[in-house]
Structures are given as C-alpha cells and as structure tokens.
Design a protein around this ligand. Structure first.
Ligand code: URA
Length: 434
C-alpha cells in the first residue's frame, strides 16, 4: 500500500494493522516516506488517536529503530524512573542513592533541560569535575560499581523518536497522547529495566494540565508497558507549585542532599518516599506500601544513601566532598530577596513561571544550544497553603548577572497567587496506578 493510502485511512478513522504501521515506519526510516507525509500522518493521529494495535506497533518500531540496553546481566534489580517533566524535580538525584541501599539499581537515560523544566543531566553537571558515561559499556560498569546508572540520551537509542519529535515540534503535533506515550515508552522499553516507575506531573508547570489528561496518558503508557510484559507503575503528582523550594541546578543538588540528610521539604520527601517505596514493592522486599515507605524512611536517617551518592559522584569524576561542603558547588554569590506586596494565603505558585524565572537568570536553555549557569536560580520561601504578611519574604534569587533580574522578579511575583481565604497545602500525590 502506498504511504498516501495509509495516511488517508488514518485520516478517515479506519484502523491500521500492525503490519501497515510497520511498513509505514520502515518506509520512513528507508527515506521512502518524506517528512511531509509523516507530518500529515501524525496530524491524523493527533485528531483521531490510535487503536491499541496501532499504538503497540508504533512503539515497537520506535524501540527497535536503534540500540537497546539489555540489563539482564546486571547483578542488581534495576529500576527506570521517568518523570514527564516538572519544575524543581530533583527526585532522581535523591532516589538513586536511596534505592542503592536496598540493592536496587537505577538505569536511566536523562535529558538536558529545555524551556522552563530543568534536566537531571544539568543538575548533576553542576558538580565540579562530574561527567556522565558516554558508552553503554561505561554505563554498565558504573551500575555494577555503584548501583547507579544515569547517562544522557544517546542518538543511537530510539533514533526514530528524535526524528519524529523534531517534526512534531514544528507541526503542532506534540500534545497528542498516543504520540507522547509511544515516544516515552519506546525509550523506556529500549532499556531492559526490571521495573518502570512513571511520575506523571499534572498542573500549570507540566505537559498535562488536568488530572483527566494525566490519567489518560498514564493509562496509555501502562497499557504499552503491560503489553510488552513490563512491571510498571504510574504515580500522578501535582505541579500546582514547584516541587520543593529550590529551582536551579546547584540549588537543587543541595536540596536533594539535604533531603537525604533528613531535612527535605515535605512535598519533595513525600514523593521521593512514595516512588522509592514502590520500587521496593516491585523488587518484592516489602509486603505492602506503608511498610516499604517506612523501610525507606529509616534509611534516610542513616549515612548509607549519602555514602552511595558520594561513590556515584566519585565514579563519575566529580568531587564527592560537595555532599558535606556546599561551598564547593558553584552557587551564585549575589542574592536578591523578593517580598510580598499583599497579605493572605498562597493558593498557587505557577510553576511554569518560576521555571521561566530561573531560566532567564541562566539556569535553563531557551534553545538547545544555550550555555547554562549552574549556580543561579530561585529559592521559594513560601509554599501553597502558607500564610504570608505584606512585605514578608516570598523568594530569594541567586544570580550572577542582573540584566534579567527585574523580569525574573516580575515573573515570580505574578506566579504567587495570594488570596484572603485559607487553603491547605495541596496533596502532592494525586493517584497511583498499578
Ligand atoms: N517527552 C518525550 O520523551 N516525548 C514526548 O513526546 C513528550 C515528552
């Protein structure tokens, strides 16, 4: 069948067979389907969705378009935790050393930050001397040595996703649930972790703005995972505000370490414990989630996770002493306080705007080639549910260049939604799907 006939079927809502999806993607990879036909196809998917047969075939072809990383030989039980991207999300940095205490390895390809969300890669690269493994062999060695395997996305893993994502980006077809689900899951399936935990963010700072959309995305990804016989759990977590207090690379490293020392922000700690607890359940070393969470909590009070983090940093060439001495991190020396102009209760902190404020100070990239400043960012002093007095401290900026400071102040001030009626703190965890 010609590409145009397949596009026409998809346009008219007629389901395609797995074979038709495979043929279409194979022709695309062979250069026989041009980008304009692929774009038309994806627009048809945007409007008509995908049947499960189409979705599974699409994901499988994506997964097999490049290298895979089978982890079967690892001595560890391996977890791949994936977040759909939020503001202040430093979960991986605290989670991996915590799981290593239970002989649970982490295998993760992480992204660099783009736009208002930060990337784990940038956060860890703020540690002096730190560099990620570049090859699969180096990644495996790191996992065997430390139980923690994190590296940047490689062009050789699911290369088809990279091609399709660039097309989606310029054809307004990014926000399509089957395209997002297959894009994320093909990369998860390409890595042979024993368990996949998805952290699907919902709210202003997230891809999914409503709980309904987030649940649909979660259910779609879970169906893909289960079809490919993977142990998979999804957590829906709120983005009514950034996670924790700190937004910015070194600042987030400090917050993750402080959490492992037992001093973390409540919302961050709650999500961390929940995800770690689910990893213990997947490994089968706890009978129920409350027991798993209390096992993880007990570890937080010990030196073990900090020692695991130090070993990981050292194995990546970084200075492990940052864990005990934050002055070794490149945190910006200039600070500016932002005070509230009215009093009341904090109802919402528009996470996207906080992310943008950190980005314009230099913590993130507007385009993928921008250089970032690892030392800058925003530390929130009030969270949703808190009472604030007029002129009370709302946030602190860490900056090296004051050119964008005014704009950042404006964004953060506007991000704080303060009202007279009292609101409690929102629940961080919206749902857990098994
Ligand atoms: N993240 C991905 O990897 N793919 C998408 O399509 C959206 C978010």
């Amino acid at each position: 069948m010609r590409a145009v006939d397949l596009i026409q079927k998809k346009r008219d809502g007629i389901p395609l067979s797995s074979m038709e999806i495979t043929n279409f993607l194979t022709m695309y990879l062979d250069g026989k389907v041009p980008d304009y036909q692929m774009s038309a196809f994806m627009m048809a998917v945007y409007f008509n969705g995908m049947t499960d047969e189409e979705l599974f075939a699409f994901t499988e072809n994506m997964m097999n378009s490049g290298d895979t990383i089978p982890l079967g030989d690892s001595k560890h039980f391996m977890i791949d935790k994936h977040s759909t991207g939020g503001v202040g999300d430093k979960i991986t940095i605290a989670l991996a050393p915590l799981l290593a205490c239970f002989d649970i390895g982490t295998a993760k390809l992480s992204g660099k930050g783009l736009g208002h969300t930060g990337g784990t890669i940038d956060k860890l690269e703020s540690i002096p001397g730190f560099s990620f493994p570049e090859t699969q062999a180096d990644l495996m060695q790191l996992i065997e040595k430390t139980g923690i395997g994190i590296m940047g996305y490689s062009d050789s893993i699911v290369p088809l996703d990279k091609q399709l994502y660039s097309l989606r980006d310029v054809t307004a077809t990014v926000p399509s649930i089957p395209l997002i689900a297959s894009s994320i899951m093909s990369k998860k399936l390409a890595i042979g972790a024993d368990g996949i935990i998805l952290d699907i963010k919902v709210g202003h700072g997230a891809f999914m703005k409503t709980e309904e959309e987030a649940k649909t995305l979660a259910a779609t990804m879970m169906r893909i995972g289960k079809h490919f016989k993977r142990n998979i759990t999804a957590v829906l977590s709120g983005m009514e505000q950034p996670l924790g207090f700190s937004v910015g690379n070194s600042l987030e490293i400090v917050e993750a370490i402080e959490t492992l020392k037992g001093f973390g922000p409540t919302d961050f700690k709650e999500l961390l414990l929940l995800i770690a607890g689910n990893a213990l359940m997947m490994k089968g070393i706890a009978d129920n989630l409350p027991e798993a969470i209390s096992m993880v909590s007990e570890k937080i009070a010990t030196d073990e996770p900090l020692n695991n983090l130090k070993s990981f940093i050292q194995a990546c060439g970084g200075n492990p002493n940052i864990v005990d001495d934050y002055k070794l991190l490149p945190i910006a020396q200039n600070t500016r306080s932002l005070h509230s102009v009215n009093s009341g209760y904090v109802h919402e902190i528009l996470a996207e705007d906080i992310g943008k404020a950190a980005m314009i100070l230099g913590a993130g990239r507007a385009t993928k080639d921008d250089q970032i400043d690892h030392g800058v960012g925003v530390v929130l002093r009030k969270k949703v549910g808190d009472h604030v007095n007029e002129n009370e401290l709302l946030a602190t900026f860490y900056f090296n260049d004051d050119k964008q400071l005014k704009e950042a102040e404006k964004l953060v001030l506007n991000a704080y939604r303060i009202q007279q009626n009292e609101t409690g703190a929102p629940s961080t965890i919206k749902d857990i799907i098994y």
